[in-house]
Write a protein of this length. Structure first.
Lengths: 274, 78
């Protein structure tokens, strides 16, 4: 429980008011309909203060930069992709997300993960009012009856029914450009295996952000957790019954209200028979 | 965000005040100015832990004024 202006308020309400302070003062992030990981817009991040007795809301760059990258040029290569010495294209890895399964050991290499230190020591929360994901639907070729190779992609706006704002588990890393001395706090969202709703919405990857309840959110940023506890919280699947997913226009990014529902006539409804 | 747009004029403790209503995200905030030289007081409605609504200043520190001017806004919005 927290106090704001002498009044007892929930932790969630406290965070909302703290974020509102920032929005009315210096920043505009509560006024932004969409923050894209592919632009430079900073995100609002909740971090515990020293001693873990309170928390603060700060801005960070979305896209985890590991310390083995030395310069912005190297960062841009990692994020956007590049051609290696043999001329082979290496696809970009913006590191917007960190899979919960990868926090300590890399699934790919089986070695210590680049997220290890951050997962252990720099856990934070990204404040959100909702997020967008794409559902892939494959049409069939009318002549052959075979699935087309390229899916139609339908954007959905996903939010929580009872919460105007909610917390997504994240990890952060302070990074310094060794040439220019530029310093940046960078953050990655932690993702979990999709719940039954998100399995149908984000059906290409079947992942979802790790959305935490007030209680788990506080534990995530403020407690000295074991690796096992970190992995358990990181793998949290928010209950699908408390979530809402609604299709939005394909050009939602340019809309005044990007979350405005949009109906696609041919899109089959999501089925939730569990 | 312009703070010049005025939605209401009222009197508070014998002084004229100008009140502007704005939307930040899904939240309504109110800018209250008593003089062009002073920074406006920002107010909003918040929820106590029991679910009851209360007026608060943003940032903290002007709770008395928030409650008193909030009551004026409540009447103006009726």
């Amino acid at each position: 429980m927290c106090y704001y202006n002498g009044q007892k308020v929930s932790r969630e309400e406290f965070i909302r008011l703290m974020a509102l302070e920032k929005a009315t003062k210096n920043y505009d992030f509560l006024n932004k309909g969409v923050i894209s990981g592919f632009t430079d817009t900073p995100v609002a991040v909740v971090v515990a203060t020293e001693g873990n007795t309170n928390f603060d809301i700060v801005q960070m760059e979305w896209g985890f930069i590991p310390n083995y990258l030395n310069t912005r040029e190297e960062v841009n290569r990692m994020r956007k992709g590049y051609k290696d010495t043999n001329g082979k294209y290496v696809p970009g890895q913006p590191q917007l997300n960190a899979k919960s399964e990868n926090l300590f050991v890399s699934e790919r290499s089986g070695r210590r993960s680049m997220f290890y230190d951050a997962a252990k020591n720099r856990r934070c929360l990204v404040l959100s009012s909702g997020y967008f994901d794409w559902r892939h639907v494959y049409r069939t070729n009318k002549k052959t009856g075979e699935k087309l190779k390229t899916p139609d992609k339908y954007p959905y706006y996903v939010s929580l029914r009872e919460h105007e704002y909610f917390y997504m588990a994240a990890i952060w890393n302070p990074w310094t450009d060794k040439e220019t001395g530029e310093m940046a706090n960078t953050v990655a969202l932690v993702t979990a295996v999709a719940n039954p709703l998100m399995k149908q919405v984000h059906n290409s990857k079947e992942r979802m952000p790790t959305i935490l309840s007030d209680e788990l959110a506080w534990r995530w940023i403020s407690e000295d957790l074991s690796e096992q506890e970190i992995l358990e919280i990181a793998a949290t699947q928010y209950p699908y019954q408390e979530m809402s997913a609604c299709t939005v226009a394909s050009d939602f990014l340019g809309k005044l209200d990007p979350t405005e529902p949009f109906i696609y006539d041919n899109l089959p409804a999501i089925e939730l028979v569990v | 965000m312009s703070q010049e747009t005025i939605d209401w004029q009222a009197n508070y403790r014998g002084h004229p005040i100008k009140i502007g209503k704005r939307q930040i995200g899904k939240t309504e905030v109110y800018y209250v100015s008593s003089s062009p030289e002073k920074k406006p007081l920002v107010l909003t409605r918040a929820l106590k832990s029991g679910g009851k609504e209360f007026w608060t200043s943003i940032p903290q520190g002007m709770q008395k004024e928030a409650e008193e001017i909030g009551a004026i806004i409540d009447k103006l919005e009726k």
